[in-house]
Design a protein around this ligand. Structure first.
Ligand code: PGA
Length: 254
């Protein structure tokens, strides 16, 4: 059975003390209330990774991730953070290719393939995001867009490396808009993604790959989305900033 995951993406929100207290609340609620086998990941700003990773160490269900990294391990890249640095402070995951990185920071499929290599070679796991814009959905191009995001970003890997990857389908038009994809719309894309993985790496790799849905996922709609056969959890933005809401999304798998 593939792993079920609910991952929070705090983006550029919360200061250090706020982050620490919300994370402590999440850990306590997960301990008290989560009865299933689902894993919980919190992707926080770089500067909180060390503290949150230390707190998460004694909690087997909870892990910590970064939201980006540079593709090189070290060098003259003022202001950048490498996967090697993220690994060295105890984090386990790195979000790559979030649409906000693609849109505001010009990240291409090529650079994301290099970042994926950096993450994997440092024994971290990428949460690799794909998804179409509203324009691409309305013009019917969305299958092609998602296919090239996956193939150009990830299909240079071998099957064993690909086994470390978590995918996230996040339609850009649903992120932070309150406009969720319907469960049927999301399932259609998740099944398509799994079919593409099967073609590249074989059915058993595809069956083991966790594919998350992201985009205005919240405690009200999580259960319906997560009950679809190819949706293995969520990447949660806004609703991850409140411990109660986030853990309620996690509990959609209880
Ligand atoms: P949202 O963000 O839940 O606020 O829509 C999801 C994401 O960007 O990962």
């Amino acid at each position: 059975m593939r792993q079920k995951i609910v991952a929070g993406n705090w983006k550029m929100n919360l200061d250090y003390n706020e982050g620490l207290s919300i994370f402590s609340e999440i850990i306590n609620m997960v301990n008290d209330e989560v009865t299933g086998k689902q894993s919980v990941i919190v992707c926080c700003p770089y500067t909180y990774l060390h503290s949150l990773s230390a707190l998460a160490k004694t909690h087997p269900k909870v892990s910590v991730g970064a939201q980006n990294c540079h593709q090189e391990d070290a060098g003259a890249y003022t202001g950048e953070i490498s996967a090697r640095m993220i690994k060295s402070v105890g984090a386990e995951y790195v979000i790559l290719g979030h649409s906000e990185r693609r849109q505001h920071f010009g990240e291409t499929n090529l650079v994301l393939s290099q970042k994926t290599n950096a993450v994997l070679s440092n024994s971290l796991k990428p949460i690799f995001c794909v998804g179409e814009t509203l324009e691409e959905r309305e013009s019917g191009q969305f299958f092609d867009v998602i296919k090239s995001q996956i193939s150009e970003g990830l299909f240079h890997l071998d099957a064993q490396q690909f086994g470390q990857v978590v995918l996230a389908y996040e339609p850009v038009w649903a992120i932070g808009t309150g406009k969720t994809a319907t469960a049927a719309q999301a399932q259609e894309i998740h099944a398509f993604i799994r079919k593409e993985i099967a073609t590249q790496f074989g059915q058993s790799v595809a069956d083991e790959t966790t594919v998350l849905y992201g985009g205005s996922c919240n405690p009200k709609n999580a259960k319906e989305l997560f009950s679809e056969p190819d949706i293995d959890g969520g990447l949660i933005g806004g609703a991850s900033l409140k411990s109660r809401d986030f853990v309620d999304v996690v509990k959609a798998f209880n």
